[in-house]
Design a protein around this ligand. Structure first.
Ligand code: ZN
Length: 490
């Protein structure tokens, strides 16, 4: 006898399978698709999106959700996630969803052109339109509650703007202080060598495997922007190669491996169910960041990497593992978030969070955004923005309607700090292992404590269960002070 719960899960499984197909079309578009196929691909993806939307708002879901009886906590968690998705899909009026899809699809092109031409004015009318629609969407979702919270909930369920803002305000002074101290110290030597593409990709593959990436259930390709795509038994990653800066390729790869290992590490019983995906963008980013930074950029691991690179590329003008560690962990002021080091990165995010929250609340007019951006950048970074492409036009997020997404980057770093502290406590010989290029003890523990649970627990609970304490910003800030203090002799 099929129960109502079984019927619901069978339906959901098909929806999840279709969503995976949609994701794979997206992967193909960025890696393999012939250029001339773009228009047809747009139509294919829109058709699939229509099918998915119809399934996510299918009227039978309401009855099933009312009548389904969970047999255990896992069933209850599945129902909770299906209900969340159903409520969200049905709260937003269909015509609003369509207008948002239409405006954001053209807005991305307008933003890209405005950025290339360095013309803020070309983007502002479109941005105003996107914000107005996102405000309507937020109002439909919030039903009287905070608009920004409603948007953030899509990416980090349970997080609120108020607690996030309070945490960011506690973090900022310490980061600004650390930045100032590091920039006064002696800078690491410059890297001046050519690192061939094929050798870079070979090492990237080796790094991916060392960090636990399973090439029988994934693949590594080149793309303009590194990303990870898919879940279950097919999780693919991309990277890029800059022949004068090999760390771009290596650390993009390790970062995406962290995202991919989260998806690959989920309990196979959850395959193609709501529990079979990472629980939030913040927890996702905690995996990519702890792989990339706390493990991959640790002086213990870069010591191993230094010897590997000499074997693979020959002498490249760096004399010691100490200098190499400082080069890998170079801190330098810069305008661009995606190129920022560990000390600067969160300052970029906090600034975007405050600005976009003010935009959504209507406290900041689109016309005043550029001035607000530039004032804030000068205050936090000590440098004046030289052109809009280096300022408010640098990120794609706002053009495609991603409001409430930025704070999850820093939440991910905060969670990574907590997980790293727990790893150090639980694995006393961690540095020993890292210095031999052995990531297995650390990544195995993260799989066991975080990754395997998928969507089973709420974001903060996953971290609390993994570390034994509710997440706070202190471990990340202590780690940054200690690491950069030692590297820069502060
Ligand atoms: Zn990431």
């Amino acid at each position: 006898m099929m129960s109502v719960f079984d019927d619901l899960m069978a339906f959901q499984r098909e929806t999840e399978a279709l969503a995976q197909i949609s994701g794979r079309l997206g992967w193909d578009q960025e890696t393999m698709m012939p250029r001339g196929a773009a228009e047809q691909r747009g139509e294919e993806m829109a058709a699939l999106e229509g099918v998915l939307h119809a399934r996510r708002t299918d009227l039978r879901l309401a009855d099933w959700l009312d009548e389904a009886e969970p047999q255990d906590d896992e069933d209850a968690a599945q129902l909770r996630l299906i209900r969340r998705s159903y409520d969200r899909a049905t709260k937003i009026p269909a015509d609003l969803a369509q207008r948002l899809a239409r405006v954001t699809s053209t807005a991305q092109g307008i933003w890209a052109d405005a950025r290339a031409a360095d013309k803020v004015a070309d983007f502002l009318p479109t941005l105003a339109e996107v914000i107005a629609l996102k405000q309507q969407e937020a109002a439909a979702l919030a039903q009287g509650g905070d608009l920004y919270d409603a948007l953030m909930d899509d990416y980090e369920p349970g997080a609120t703007a108020e607690t996030t803002a309070a945490m960011f305000d506690r973090m900022r002074p310490r980061l600004v202080r650390l930045r100032a101290a590091v920039l006064e110290a002696t800078a690491p030597p410059k890297l001046d060598h050519h690192f061939g593409e094929n050798a870079q990709m070979r090492f990237a593959r080796d790094l991916a495997a060392r960090f636990g990436y399973d090439f029988t259930r994934g693949r590594l390709d080149l793309a303009v922007h590194p990303f990870s795509s898919g879940s279950g038994s097919d999780v693919r990653i991309t990277t890029r190669v800059v022949e004068t800066d090999p760390f771009n390729c290596f650390y993009s790869t390790i970062h995406e491996v962290g995202h991919a290992c989260y998806e690959l590490g989920i309990d196979p019983d959850y395959l193609l169910t709501p529990l079979g995906a990472g629980v939030s963008m913040g927890v996702h980013e905690s995996q990519s960041r702890v792989y990339e930074n706390q493990l991959g950029r640790s002086p213990a691991f870069t010591g191993w990497m230094f010897r590997q690179m000499i074997d693979r590329f020959g002498e490249f003008g760096v004399d010691s593992p100490e200098d190499f560690a400082r080069i890998v962990n170079r801190v330098q002021p810069g305008f661009i978030r995606t190129e920022a080091d560990e000390v600067h990165y969160n300052l970029h995010v906090m600034m975007r969070f405050d600005l976009e929250r003010a935009l959504i609340r209507g406290d900041l007019a689109v016309a005043d955004l550029e001035a607000a951006w530039n004032d804030r950048f000068l205050a936090d970074f000590g440098v004046a923005v030289d052109r809009p492409a280096h300022g408010m036009l640098q990120d794609v997020h706002w053009s495609v309607g991603l409001f409430g997404y930025f704070p999850t980057y820093t939440l991910g770093n905060v969670y990574a700090g907590c997980l790293h502290q727990a790893l150090r406590r639980d694995l006393p010989d961690l540095d020993d292992q890292l210095s031999r290029g052995n990531l297995a003890p650390a990544t195995g523990r993260l799989r066991e404590k975080v990754q395997r649970h998928g969507g089973r627990y709420e974001p903060r609970d996953v971290i609390a269960r993994a570390t034994g304490a509710a997440p706070t910003e202190a471990p990340l800030l202590d780690y940054l002070d200690a690491k950069f203090g030692a590297l820069y002799g502060l």
